[in-house]
Design a protein around this ligand. Structure first.
Ligand code: ZN
Length: 132
């Protein structure tokens, strides 16, 4: 790892630690990180982040580093997936009722509104844009 990569991992670990303490009662273990120029979901759509449970990895688009608020939002979204997989052990839920419930509770301490029913997969970005 280069010096920049070490600092970046420390930044991401710190962000995860803060959100984990504030929003998940500290119940999540640190994941691995992967930053990519582009991310493609299983649907073929471009996405900002993802939770890869087999690697225990949160993947993030590199350009999120230019907008720390957006980075935190995507990180929180992926941490909800991590919670659903590793704490609730309900991987089949996807963006279902459990995801929505956990996202609603997790967003409250950091002032993020609950997911909108048709935009759960992009929460909290749509919520943030609608509040502007
Ligand atoms: Zn998602």
């Amino acid at each position: 790892m280069t010096g920049d990569q070490v600092h970046l991992a420390a930044l991401l670990n710190h962000g995860h630690w803060r959100l984990n303490a504030a929003c998940f009662g500290g119940r999540l273990a640190l994941p691995n990180w992967h930053l990519a120029d582009e991310l493609v979901a299983e649907t073929g759509a471009q996405c900002d982040g993802g939770w890869w449970p087999d690697d225990r990895e949160i993947r993030l688009r590199k350009d999120l580093l230019a907008d720390l608020s957006a980075l935190a939002g995507v990180m929180l979204h992926e941490m909800v997936h991590q919670y659903v997989w590793e704490v609730a052990r309900r991987p089949e839920d996807g963006h279902g009722l459990l995801f929505t419930t956990v996202a609603t509770v997790a967003g409250r301490p950091v002032g993020i509104a609950p997911p909108l029913p048709r935009h759960v997969e992009v929460w909290p970005a749509v919520t943030r844009h609608q509040e502007v």
